[in-house]
Design a protein around this ligand. Sequence first.
Ligand code: CP
Ligand code: NVA
Length: 310
Amino acid sequence: MKHLVTLKDWSSEEILQVLDLADELKREPSKYYDTMHRKVLVMIFEKPSLRTRVSFETGMCQMGGDAIYYDMSTSPLGSGKENIHDTIKVLSRYADIVMARLFSHASLEEMVKYGSIPVINGLTNYTHPCQILADLQTVREHKGALKGLTLAYLGDAFNNVTHSLLFGCAKVGMNIRVGCPAGKEYSPDPQVLADAQAFGAISGAEVRLTHDAAEAVKGADVVYTDSWMSYHIPEAELDARVRVFRPYQVNAELMAHANKEAIFMNCLPAIRGYEQTAEVMDGPQSVVFDEVENRLHMHKAVMVHLLNQA
Ligand code: CP
Ligand code: NVA
C-alpha cells in the first residue's frame, strides 16, 4: 500500500512519474473521466482550506468518483469521544482513499499505521507534500526543467511548506536557498535540513540556509514565500512576527536580486503587504494562480497513482 505522507519517503523517480501523470491529466482530462468510477475519497479537515478542499473534491468528481468533506470539529474524533485508530479503521471499511489535513504529523502517521487504505497528507504542521508536487509541476512548466535551477525561499522557515520544498527540491536536483530570521522558531527543522542536504548530495542539488534575504535571492530562478501566520500560529503573535519577518518580505527591491526571468510563487493564502507586496503578487513574474490550478491536476495524479497500487 502506497501513501503520500512526506516527499522524504518518495524517490525522485516516483516524484517525476507523478509530475508526468499530472501533466497528462492537465492535457487530456477526458482520458480519466471514469478512472474513479464508484470510488470514494474522505477528506478530513482539522484546519481551514480553500484550495486543498475544493481541488480534491473537484478532482474526484471529474474522474467519476465522490468526495466526502469530514469536519473534525463536529466529529467524535474532534470531541475526544473516539480515537484516531478506530476512526481510520472505520473509514477503511467505507472509503477507498483518505486525505487528511491535521495539526499533528504523528496523527497522520497513525492513520497510515492503523488504516488499510491509502492516506494523503493534505497538510500537517510538519509538511505539505501535495502543494510542493503541484509547485514542481508549475516550475517545470515555466522553466522547462527542474534540475540545476535555484529556488529561494523567504520568510517563515519553521514551516510545513519550507520542509516539503527542502525535500522536493533536493530530490529532483533543484538548488534551494532558505532565507529566514535566526532562531530555531523561524528556521527549518535541523533534521529536515540534514536530510535534504543528504538527498542533495545524491541529486546534485545545493541546499543552503542564510539569514540574508538578498543573498538567498541572488541569481535565483524561483522566489517563493509563504504566510507569516500559518493556520496553527496564534493571532496574538501577529505583531511580533511581522516585525521579525519584515526584512524577508518579497518586494520589487528584493526581486531585483533574482534572475531577470525569475518567477514568484506563494502557495496561498497570501496577504499583500506582509510576506510579499501587491506589486509582486499581482505583477508579471507571479505564477501563483498557475500553482493554484496545478493543485487540481496534481491531486488527481496523486489519487490515480496511489489507487493504482492499492
Ligand atoms: N495552499 C493551500 O494548501 O491552500 P488551502 O489552505 O486553501 O488548502
Ligand atoms: N504554512 C501555511 C500553508 C498554508 C497552505 C500554513 O500551514 O498555514
